[in-house]
Design a protein around this ligand. Structure first.
Ligand code: 9WO
Length: 245
């Protein structure tokens, strides 16, 4: 999978590819990063990439031409790829959307700065808008890094066997179960006995139940789209009864 990121701050983006899972994915060649800086495509002596907004008001707006030339250079550098603009107005990122994006060969991610980009750049060059949450940041770089992190993990071979098993919890639409490691007692709190029992079947059942219970308590909305078996539906019905007693 190849990511082409159009950004005024390429060194911010690069840090993602220097650490942890995404760093190893880049080292193994399973994911690739190229950055394209609109500043390098500005045509005036000062490398101007922003200008004052028509209609007045505070702040600056990203100009069309430098960003557009950078996007076109990215498009031409390899096979065709959709241009994705990171904005709070976009389609919300979910594990399902990340899986869909992981199926593409290539993505071009456009990061805005200042008060935003000239609307005509979006009309002319952007294929999709994607949001990582309902808040305003200082730019699209952190959202682009969020997207690339979530997507890279789903590229075949990026996670080892053990890690990919661990991701099954959220991939299955539930929150994670609780995790424990040594020491066995912390401030008088022991590890749940079942985890040291050596009974793998019982551990698996316990984790599934914990994931289900945590999801029911913290994010009941996630359970609406879940295929639960009869036993699990009965468990939830019992928790609901306990709550109402
Ligand atoms: C600035 C602003 C100021 C007053 C009222 C509303 C406002 N919106 C913005 C704004 O959206 N600024 C953007 C900052 C310009 C483009 C890049 N920026 C950005 C992207 N902030 N937050 C995101 C983002 C992207 C994807 N998912 C969540 C947030």
């Amino acid at each position: 999978m190849r990511f082409d990121v159009v950004t005024l701050f390429p060194e911010m983006i690069r840090t993602l590819f220097e650490h942890g899972v995404v760093g190893r994915a880049a080292d193994s060649g399973r994911v690739r990063l190229e950055t394209w800086n609109p500043r390098d495509y500005a045509t005036d002596r000062h490398g101007t990439v922003d200008d004052r907004p028509y209609g007045g008001g505070p702040g600056m707006v990203m100009k069309v031409e430098p960003a557009r030339t950078a996007i076109r250079a990215a498009r031409e550098a390899a096979q065709p790829a959709p241009v994705v603009y990171l904005t709070p107005q976009g389609r919300p990122l979910t594990s399902g959307v990340a899986a869909e994006l992981a199926g593409r060969e290539r993505l071009i991610l456009l990061c805005g700065r200042y008060e935003g980009v000239d609307e005509r750049l979006i009309e002319l060059e952007v294929d999709e808008e994607l949001s990582v949450g309902d808040y305003v940041l200082s730019g699209g770089e952190l959202p682009a890094m969020v997207v690339m992190d979530a997507v890279s993990r789903l590229v075949p071979g990026v996670l080892g066997h053990e890690e990919s098993a661990a991701r099954d919890s959220f991939a299955g639409g539930l929150l994670d179960w609780p995790h424990y490691t040594r020491p066995e007692v912390v401030d008088g709190r022991p590890v749940p006995e079942i985890l040291t029992s050596g009974d793998h079947g019982a551990v698996e059942q316990w984790r599934r139940r914990q994931a289900l219970e945590k999801t029911w308590i913290k994010r009941p909305d996630l359970l609406e789209h879940q295929d639960l078996n009869e036993k699990e539906q009965a468990m939830i019905a019992a928790w609901s009864r306990d709550q109402n007693d």
